[in-house]
Design a protein around this ligand. Structure first.
Ligand SMILES: [Zn+2]
Length: 108
C-alpha cells in the first residue's frame, strides 16, 4: 500500500550517450539534458526514469531559468536551500543559445 513519492528533474551534462525519451534525438557526451526521476502514487509506485533533450524539457528548463536552479523537485518546486543546485551561469548561457525562444518568453 502506497509508496514514498519522489519526483525530480535535474539538469545534467552527459558523460555518455543517451537517447531523448520523447523525441529520440541522441544526447551526446558533453551536452546538457534533463534527467527525470519519478516514483509515487502518480506512477503506481513504479520507478520512472527519463532522459530529455533541452527542447523536449522546455517547460522544466524555463522553470529552472526563472529560479536559477538546476533541479526541480516535487511539482515544479525547487530546493530552497543549498548552493549546489544553483544553475551555473555558463550553463544558462548555453541553454539560451540553444533555445533562444525561452529567453524571449522570460523577458515578457
Ligand atoms: Zn527530445
Amino acid at each position: 500500500m502506497g509508496c514514498i513519492s519522489k519526483y525530480y528533474w535535474v539538469l545534467r551534462r552527459a558523460n555518455k550517450e543517451h537517447k531523448c525519451s520523447r523525441c529520440g534525438v541522441v544526447i551526446k557526451p558533453g551536452e546538457l539534458y534533463v534527467y527525470h526521476f519519478g516514483v509515487g502514487m502518480g506512477t503506481n509506485c513504479r520507478i520512472i526514469r527519463r532522459w530529455w533533450c533541452l527542447t523536449c524539457a522546455k517547460d522544466e528548463i524555463e522553470e529552472m531559468l526563472k529560479n536559477n536552479v538546476r533541479k526541480l523537485a516535487g511539482f515544479y518546486k525547487y530546493p530552497a536551500k543549498g548552493k549546489m543546485w544553483q544553475l551555473p551561469k555558463s550553463w544558462r548561457e548555453e541553454i539560451l543559445k540553444q533555445t533562444p525562444d525561452i529567453e524571449n518568453e522570460n523577458k515578457q
